[in-house]
Design a protein around this ligand. Structure first.
Ligand SMILES: *Cc1c(COP(=O)(O)O)cnc(C)c1O
Length: 381
């Protein structure tokens, strides 16, 4: 990475303020490692590994030395801006134990760079994404026994950056804390095969808007989505299909990007996903599906807006082959039903055996678990 890209000394928001370096990490190990859970019984995000990474920042001193410490509670002033005004952001990626027993990350620089964009949006300090990735690799290497010995489980990595300004003023934080915690997670589809989800599509709630924060992984987006999610459940659906604008553009499904594989109105076979126009979170899996299918060159691949009317018409005319969400948690998740304006729209999920979704899942997991060599993965250890 060329120097200067992330600030004068390669790492800070303000010229002359100190960045952090993975080479400076201080390590304090636990006395005794906790017992590892059975990967098949894990509930997402409830079990944590032995250690965490912590890096403190202040506008006066810049970044402190990174520390790897036993997993522990934080001690925060009750006024910190993360708690009052959601001055915070997060990331989500995974470490996979490969068939060769080596531990890999999947395109982690995309997460690091997205985290940096979120930090800028929240007026939180910048950092050198390469150094953060190196710190994360050290943390995962120390807790390597927490990466499940399983072809379908993994170790979820949750980097967080919070404003720790101890003041009720709505202002740019002069103190911050970057930390990373690790959580072993089981297979997304516990049955071992796809189970299609149902979506509730109602324009009453909006996830993101142009000029807003929907394209960044900032906490406020997710807390604010819970009302819609619980109404979806009340309506008998599993997740929300987020619509946007008068035209009811389809945007995302729950916290997944959305893909439509269909015969479009011009009779062309096409995979389409909404464009990164400000209301879409730029998913790593979304990008990977676009890169992969463009390389396959078997059908048209497009990033463009699709309205609910277009989708309804295509479903009625039986032109929709597959509809699925994408994200790190599931890779791909087929959608079987949409409840829109009181009507259930059924998307075929059995006739064609979800061919495209299966192909994508197989290809990406083969890469993640080291069955297929790829420059999309990097070794931790
Ligand atoms: C994290 C996230 C995604 C998926 O991103 P990946 O990098 O592919 O895991 C999609 N939509 C939203 C709203 C998200 O928060």
């Amino acid at each position: 990475m060329e120097s200067g890209k992330y600030g004068i000394d390669g790492s800070s928001t303000q010229p002359g303020i100190k960045g952090f370096k993975a080479a400076d990490i201080e390590v304090e190990l636990v006395q005794e490692s906790a017992e590892k859970p059975d990967p098949n019984r894990l509930v997402f995000g409830t079990v944590f590994s032995d250690h965490m990474l912590m890096i403190h920042w202040s506008s006066a001193r810049g970044w402190e030395r990174p520390q790897i410490k036993p997993m522990q509670n934080l001690s925060l002033h009750p006024a910190v801006s993360a708690l009052h005004y959601a001055v915070e952001l997060f990331e989500g990626l995974k470490a996979y134990r490969g068939v060769d027993n080596k531990i890999r990350l999947f395109r982690p620089m995309l997460n690091m760079e997205r985290m940096l964009r979120s930090a800028r949006r929240a007026c939180l300090p910048s950092f050198d994404p390469n150094e953060l990735l190196e710190c994360i690799k050290k943390l995962v290497a120390i807790d390597r026994e927490w990466v499940p010995y399983s072809k379908s489980a993994s170790l979820y990595i949750r980097p967080v950056l919070i404003g720790t300004e101890p003041s009720l003023g709505v202002k740019v934080a002069t103190r911050a804390l970057l930390y990373v915690i690790l959580s072993p997670v089981g297979p997304y589809f516990s049955t071992g095969s796809f189970s299609p989800v149902s979506l509730w599509a109602d324009p009453k709630y909006v996830r993101a808007w142009k000029g807003g924060t929907g394209d960044c992984k900032v906490g406020g987006n997710y807390g604010a989505s819970l009302t819609a999610q619980s109404e979806a459940v009340t309506a008998g659906c599993q997740q929300v299909l987020w619509l946007y604008g008068e035209e009811h553009y389809v945007t995302e499904a729950g916290t997944m990007n959305l893909f439509i594989y269909w015969i479009n109105e011009h009779g062309e076979e096409e995979l389409v996903t909404p464009p990164l126009d400000g209301v879409i979170l730029p998913g790593v899996v979304r990008q990977s599906i676009l890169d992969l299918t463009r390389k396959w060159d078997q059908f048209k691949v497009d990033e463009r807006s699709v309205t609910m009317n277009e989708l309804v018409r295509a479903i009625q005319q039986k032109r929709v082959k597959e509809l699925f969400g994408s994200g790190t948690a599931c890779v791909v998740c087929p959608i079987g039903r949409i409840l829109y304006k009181g009507e259930n729209l059924h998307i075929p999920t059995s006739e064609n055996g979800l061919k495209l979704a299966s192909q994508i899942l197989e290809n990406l997991t083969d890469t993640q678990y080291g069955k297929e060599a790829s420059d999309w993965t990097c070794l931790v250890i």
